[in-house]
Each structure stands twice: as structure tokens, then as C-alpha cells.
Design a protein around this ligand. Structure first.
Ligand code: NAI
Length: 764
């Protein structure tokens, strides 16, 4: 250094390593002889088969420990233990459970260093992330849910815990995903059987020990390690009442099909291809730092990674230049080095997939940029990568790469930005960058995603629900919506109803019609069904397709209309229903139908989101958004009231519907057409296709442009199974008493909406 000026010293200085010691984690592993059993009923024991597999350190490819592969008998034991523990755990009461959750939060904090190092060793993610993000968020999740445990029974008197929960988690955020699943389940008084990913089981096993110390009663938390086969055993187990899964869309779909024949509650948190939208008025330096967090956090192995950069054309070159300069300075290396930005990729199979996709992108004409330095040779590393000039339809623009690879496309106008952002089957998250808050919030409202970060990215909190739209899955984790995933609604039980007398034909012979796109339409087949004394139209596939198309084109404007306008239109519908004398049904049913329409009109501008206050300077607001096109299959009970009630609930929240009236008695519903025609409901918002359920339901359940399906009669298993095609949301309850249920509007409205959380930090 002698003779060097300050300037030269600064220019020649490079980072020295700042390693975190692995001693604590190694001691813990050694104290277990680097071999682990399953945690069932409060005890560790080897799997019955004695089979074990290795978990490896992705940064060295060296073994860390052996863990047990749980088989059928082990999963049986875990489910039985969870079932046995259920009664006392629930009887402990909210305060008792809250104390246990609080103790878990404290234990996680007390052992945070061990957890952080162990997680970095097992997963390959930088210690800065495990220490500053994963583990603090785990503790926060348990604290937040300790509060809920104390109040759920008071806050949600019509809900009860779902039972034994099977939880299957991935390897990218092992302990965080465990916390997201276990905390809300326990808060309600459920018990769990959780399977960590085969690549990253260690922090879950350490958590099992923490459970012993925190006073979690035996059997309340059971941790079974193993691969996808163990996962399948959990999914298929008849003693499990709810499956919560986070992982690939492919496995999510398989689980949807596997659980179709059961009443298991299901939540799926799947893949994404989240847009990161940068407008020309954004603070570009902040946006570049945002990109570092969006796509290089956790090596890009993040379901909500901002993996698609959409940049306004006028600043594309400038942003790319800044980004390349920043990429050159990123450091890839040992996860335990505190100065490292990017750690190791989880496994060779993932590394191969990443390189294959990048090679394909480059072959297809994308411009490839990677920094000039090279990655460590030991272990599994991949450099930060930018693919620009990518075609929107190319594979790298559409498929989840799940690695440190950013693909970039440009847009000219905000409208084009929104179209590109929504040009994906996924809808997990998005990030919008603009110094104009008006523009950013407007775009946030238009993007179809469960989370939108404004001028920020990858922020999470226990109080804010996280989960996807469309093929990113359904259900939320965190926040009040996440809590709802671990409870079931107590719908009023079904009552026996006397079947109505056959209709008498009165007056002239009539040709009944369907109602599609605001017009009366003859059924495509030209056939009718003889119902009682009359003929009802027999719709077919083509009618269903036309109805879905009409609903799709009407939905965007209806969903964007102010709730007040939708309310007014529904009030008017209720008025016309009340005045109609063509409705051929008992007065009490007509009155129930009118009341339902009136009630949902009243709720249209009241069932709304809330404001969250996570630990950040800023605000998160949640919007309850419509799901989109909802198909409704009506029951035979109360044909008019069930039809009017379900339709008005769905449309009150901005959905458009395709409704199949009661098969046994579609005619009162058909009279509704005249009421609709006399009301101001825009064409296409309500479409009525009557006929045989067996013919219509299959087409609806298979249709990729139907976003949700409420099926109150017919083959529910078929609906759940076929819904896997586009992962549409399903509501397929056992029969219930409609007259009483319509008095509980929010039950319907919860199914009619999905929550979007918009994060808006503020301050300089
Ligand atoms: P995966 O979906 O196979 O694994 C996730 C979990 O599901 C693991 O615990 C696994 O053992 C379990 N599992 C696998 N097959 C199962 C089955 N048939 N039934 C029940 N459980 C089963 O994900 P994988 O193979 O580890 O990664 C493949 C791709 O999935 C990644 O490249 C990425 O695109 C995506 N992925 C998405 C994640 C997310 O957070 N959304 C997390 C992990 C992976």
C-alpha cells in the first residue's frame, strides 16, 4: 500500500470473506450422530422400514446428515397421534394455545443463530437472508398467530377448526414455510402432520425439538421426513381433513385430483412468473436495487420472484446498463459468508434445469448477459443472468425458471404494461415502480395477482395474506384470509323438504329459452326437457361455451364498476323480483329470493378489504377482488331463492356468472330472465343455461376460462377433479339449508372474492 493514494486504495479494495461459524450447527448435528428419526407423538423414532436418505450441503455437495424416509405405517402413526391429540388441544382453549404459540416464537428467537446457520447449510441460501429475513419472519408469524389463537373463537363464532392438517412444504424457505403452515393451524386448535422437502429437512427437525421445549403437547405437531412418496401418503390418508401444499404447479394439480373424491379442504400455493414493471418515471437506482431483491434473493428460487422485467421502452437501455453494472458487483459464493449476495442452487437437477432453459432462451434469440467473473467450482452455483429482447410467448418468458435468471421485455404504454404483466397463467405477485403514485396504484389494481408491491418487492408479514390468483393456486397464508384456511364454516344443516307438485300447463304452449349475453337464446341442440307440465330448454356444450364467452367479455367492466353502482343495480333487481307476478313458486320462496338480492345489494359496498400495519414505514391495503367468471350449479331445493341468492352474491362482488338452474325445476329460474331483462344488469354478467347437469357441469368444470365453480348439486367429485385443468377455485359443500344460509351473506361473499394485498411503503 506504500505510495498509494486514497483513491487507488479505494479502487483496488475488494471484499474479504466474513464467514459465519458453522460450529453451532455442526455441534447440534453431531449431538444427534448426524442421523434423525421421525417426530411422532412428541418422540423421535426411526421409520419402521429403517430407510434413511442423505441431506446434502448445496455449497459443497457434501453430506450433512441422514434422515428417515417415512412409509405408510409411519404416516398412519403420525395421523393417529394427531387425531388423539386434537380433543385436549382444542379443550386447552384460546389462551392456553396462545401461550404455547408465544413460547414457540420466543424459542425461535432464542435459537435464531442456530436456525439461521443450519438453514444456510441445508439450503445454500446466504446467511444474511436466513439471519435477517427467514428466521425473524418465522418468529413474527408465531407471535402474530399467538394473538389469533386467543381471539378466533370470539371473532369467528360460525367457524370451527378443520381437524388434522397434512402440510407439505418445499425447500426454498424451509422453516418459513413451516411457520406459515403450523402457526395458523395451531391457533385454531388443529393438529398437524408436516412433511418438509427432502432437500431441506433439518430446520424442521430442530423445530420439533423446540416444540418439546415450548410445551407443545405430544401429537399436536408431527414431523415426518421423506420424499414425494411420503407426501402422497399424507395426501391420500383418510384421517386427514385438510391439505396445505406449497410447491410446483404440477404436483399441486396432482394433489387437486387426488383429493377430488374427498371433502378434504385444500390450499395450494404454487408457481409464478411475476412481473417487475418499471415506468420511465421510476427512480432507476432504487429499481435496480429492487431487482437485486426480486430475482437474486434466495438465488431466484422464490415462487414470487420478480422474474419478468417489463421496462418502458424509453428507459430500457439505461436500466439495462445500470443493471449490468450492478450484476458485475454481485458476489456469488459460500452461503455462510456474510458478504455474499447469492448462495448455492439447491440441487444438481435444478441447476441443470436452469442452464437448459437459459441455453434455450439464448438459442431462441434472447441476448444473454452474465457477469465476467466465474462462480465457485465446488458445490452448485449459477451466476446472475439477464436475458433481454425476449419474445413474450417464448418459453423463458412463460415458464418458471426458479433460478437467478431475469428475462426482460419492453412496453410503451401503461395499458401495454398491464397486458404484458397479465400475459401468463400465473398470478402470484407483481412489483410496480413509478414515482407517480397515481399510476402505480392504478396499475396495481389492474394486475391479476395476489400481492402487488409498489416501489418495493419481496416483503412479507404474518398479518398480510400471501397467495395466488389463477394457476398460482388458491387460499392464502398469513393474515385473516390465511387463518380462514384452517377452519370450516358451519353451514346450517340440510332439512328434508317436501317435493313440489308437478306443474300444471296453463295458457298457450311456450318455448322456453336460455339467457346468454343479455339475450334470450334457443338451446343450440334445439331440444327441450319435459319438466312437469312444461318444456325446459336443454343446453349443450356450445351453449355453455357461448355463455362463458359472454361472461368473460362482460366481467372486466362489471368488476371495475364502483360497488355503489353494483349495489344500485342489485336493489333494482330485488325490486323487479318483488314486483314480478310470473314467478311460479311459493310466496315464502319468492320472499327469500327478494330478500337475498336485497341483502347482497346492501353488502356490495360493505364486504371490503382492510388496512394492515406490518412492521414497515408504509401501508398495506387489501382489496377484495372478484374471482372473474364463476359457474354456479344450483341445487334442487328452493330453485328460485337458491338461484337468485347465489347469483346476486357472486355478481355483487363484480363476478360474471354462468348459472345452471335446478335440474328438477328450472322454470322459476327461467322466469328470472324477464326480471333480468327489466333490470339494468349489463349483458353477459348473468347467463342462464338450463339442461341436464351431467351434460353441462363437465363442460363448465373443464373450461379454462371459468375461474371458479360453485357446485351445489350433482357430481361434486367430478367438479373437483376436472377443476385441476386451470386450477379453478371450487366451492362444493355438502347439502345445507338454503333458507338459513341465505341469512349469512358473508359465507357466500368469502367464496365470491379473492384478496389482493398492495404494499405501499412511504418516506424518503
Ligand atoms: P415439488 O413440488 O416436487 O416439491 C414440493 C414438495 O412436495 C416436497 O416436499 C415434495 O417432497 C412434495 N411432493 C412431491 N411430489 C408429491 C406428490 N405427488 N404428492 C405430495 N407431495 C409431493 O417441487 P420440486 O420438484 O422440489 O421442484 C420442482 C419445481 O417446482 C421447481 O423448479 C419450481 O419451479 C417449483 N417449486 C415451486 C415452489 C414454490 O414455492 N411455489 C417451491 C419448490 C419448487
Amino acid at each position: 500500500m506504500v505510495g498509494m493514494g486514497v483513491r487507488e486504495i479505494y479502487e483496488s479494495m475488494s471484499y474479504g470473506p466474513a464467514p459465519e461459524s458453522a460450529d453451532l450447527a455442526n455441534e447440534w448435528l453431531d449431538s444427534h450422530g448426524r442421523s434423525f428419526g421421525l417426530f411422532i407423538d412428541g418422540q423421535f423414532a426411526d421409520a419402521e422400514s429403517g430407510q434413511k436418505f442423505e441431506t446434502l450441503n448445496p455449497a459443497t455437495a457434501g453430506p450433512l446428515a441422514l434422515v428417515s424416509q417415512a412409509g405408510p405405517h409411519d404416516v398412519d402413526r403420525a395421523v393417529a397421534a394427531a387425531e388423539r391429540a386434537r380433543k385436549d388441544w382444542l379443550a386447552l382453549g384460546g389462551y392456553g394455545r396462545a401461550k404455547v404459540l408465544y413460547a414457540l416464537a420466543r424459542q425461535v428467537q432464542k435459537h435464531s443463530r442456530l436456525f439461521a446457520v443450519l438453514e444456510s447449510l441445508d439450503n445454500g441460501k446466504p446467511i444474511r437472508e436466513t439471519r435477517d429475513i427467514d428466521i425473524p419472519l418465522v418468529a413474527r408469524h408465531f407471535y402474530h398467530h399467538a394473538g389469533w389463537a386467543e381471539s378466533v373463537e370470539r371473532d369467528f363464532p360460525r367457524m370451527k377448526p378443520v381437524g388434522v392438517c397434512g402440510q407439505i412444504i418445499p425447500w426454498n424457505f424451509p422453516l418459513l414455510m413451516l411457520a406459515w403452515k403450523i402457526a395458523p393451524a395451531l391457533a385454531w386448535g388443529n393438529t398437524v402432520v408436516l412433511k418438509p422437502a427432502e432437500y431441506t429437512p433439518l430446520t424442521a427437525l430442530l423445530f420439533a425439538e423446540i416444540c418439546q421445549r415450548a410445551g407443545v403437547p405430544n401429537g399436536v405437531v408431527n414431523i415426518v421426513t421423506g420424499d414425494g412418496e411420503t407426501g402422497k401418503l399424507i395426501v391420500d390418508h383418510p384421517g386427514i381433513h385438510k391439505i396445505a401444499f406449497t410447491g410446483s404447479t404440477e404436483v399441486g394439480r396432482a394433489i387437486r385430483v387426488a383429493t377430488a373424491g374427498t371433502t378434504k379442504k385444500l390450499s395450494l400455493e404454487l408457481g409464478g412468473k411475476s412481473p417487475f414493471v418499471v415506468f420511465e418515471d421510476a427512480d432507476l437506482d432504487s429499481a435496480v436495487e429492487g431487482l437485486v431483491d426480486a430475482i437474486w434473493f434466495n438465488q431466484g428460487q422464490v415462487c414470487c420472484a420478480g422474474s419478468r422485467l417489463l421496462v418502458q421502452e424509453s428507459i430500457e437501455k439505461k436500466l439495462h446498463a445500470k443493471l449490468r453494472e450492478r450484476m458485475e458487483k454481485l458476489r456469488v459464493g459460500s452461503p455462510l459468508d456474510k458478504a455474499v449476495d447469492i448462495g448455492a442452487i439447491i440441487a444438481p437437477v435444478q441447476l441443470e434445469r436452469i442452464s437448459a432453459l437459459v441455453d434455450e432462451g439464448a438459442r431462441d434469440g434472447a441476448e444473454l448477459f452474465q457477469p465476467s467473473w466465474s462462480c465457485p467450482k465446488e458445490g452448485w452455483f449459477y451466476p446472475p443472468t439477464l436475458l433481454s429482447n425476449v419474445g413474450p410467448a417464448s418459453r423463458v418468458a412463460q415458464e418458471e425458471i426458479f433460478g437467478p435468471v431475469l428475462v426482460s421485455m419492453s412496453f410503451r404504454t401503461p395499458k401495454e404494461a398491464v397486458e404484458l404483466a397479465n400475459n401468463t397463467v400465473y398470478g402470484l405477485a407483481a412489483s410496480v415502480w413509478s414515482e407517480s403514485l397515481g399510476r402505480a396504484l392504478d396499475v396495481a389494481a389492474r394486475i391479476k395477482a395476489g400481492t402487488v408491491w409498489v416501489n418495493c418487492t419481496n416483503l412479507f408479514d404474518g398479518s398480510v395474506g400471501f397467495g395466488g390468483y389463477r394457476e398460482s393456486g388458491f387460499g392464502r397464508e398469513g393474515g385473516v384470509e390465511g387463518l380462514m384456511e384452517y377452519a370450516v364454516e358451519m353451514l346450517p344443516p340440510a332439512v328434508e323438504t317436501a317435493s313440489s307438485a308437478p306443474r300444471e300447463r296453463t295458457g298457450l304452449d311456450r318455448t322456453h329459452k336460455q339467457y346468454i349475453g343479455g339475450k334470450q337464446a334457443r338451446p343450440d341442440s334445439g331440444y327441450s326437457l319435459a319438466i312437469g307440465g312444461e318444456d325446459a330448454p336443454r343446453g349443450n356444450r356450445k351453449d355453455v361455451r357461448n355463455a362463458v364467452e359472454a361472461a368473460r367479455s362482460a366481467q372486466a367492466a362489471w368488476g371495475a364498476a364502483p360497488a355503489h353502482s353494483r349495489a344500485q343495480i342489485l336493489y333494482y333487481l330485488a325490486e323487479n323480483l318483488s314486483a314480478s307476478d310470473g314467478l311460479d313458486c311459493p310466496d315464502s320462496e319468492k320472499e327469500a329470493a327478494v330478500r337475498a338480492a336485497f341483502r347482497f345489494a346492501g353488502r356490495a359496498d360493505k364486504f371490503e378489504g382492510r388496512v394492515h400495519e406490518p412492521p414497515l414505514r408504509g401501508v398495506v391495503y387489501s382489496r377484495y377482488e372478484p374471482i372473474g367468471v364463476v359457474a354456479i350449479v344450483c341445487p334442487d331445493e328452493l330453485p328460485l331463492a337458491a338461484l337468485a341468492g347465489s347469483v346476486s352474491s357472486a355478481i355483487s362482488m363484480g363476478n360474471a356468472v354462468v348459472v345452471v338452474p335446478s335440474e328438477a325445476d328450472p322454470l322459476p329460474g327461467e322466469e328470472l330472465i324477464h326480471v333480468l331483462e327489466a333490470s339494468d344488469i349489463p349483458a353477459g354478467v348473468v347467463n342462464i343455461v338450463s339442461g341436464l347437469r351431467s351434460e353441462l357441469v363437465e363442460t363448465l368444470a373443464r373450461h379454462d376460462d371459468v375461474d371458479a365453480m360453485w357446485c351445489f348439486a350433482g357430481d361434486l367429485e367430478q367438479v373437483r377433479r376436472l377443476s385441476a385443468s386451470n386450477l379453478k377455485q371450487t366451492w362444493t359443500p355438502e347439502p345445507f339449508d338454503w333458507r338459513s344460509a341465505l341469512e349469512l351473506p358473508d359465507v357466500f361473499l368469502r367464496h365470491a372474492t379473492q384478496v389482493k394485498n398492495v404494499w405501499v411503503p412511504y418516506g424518503d
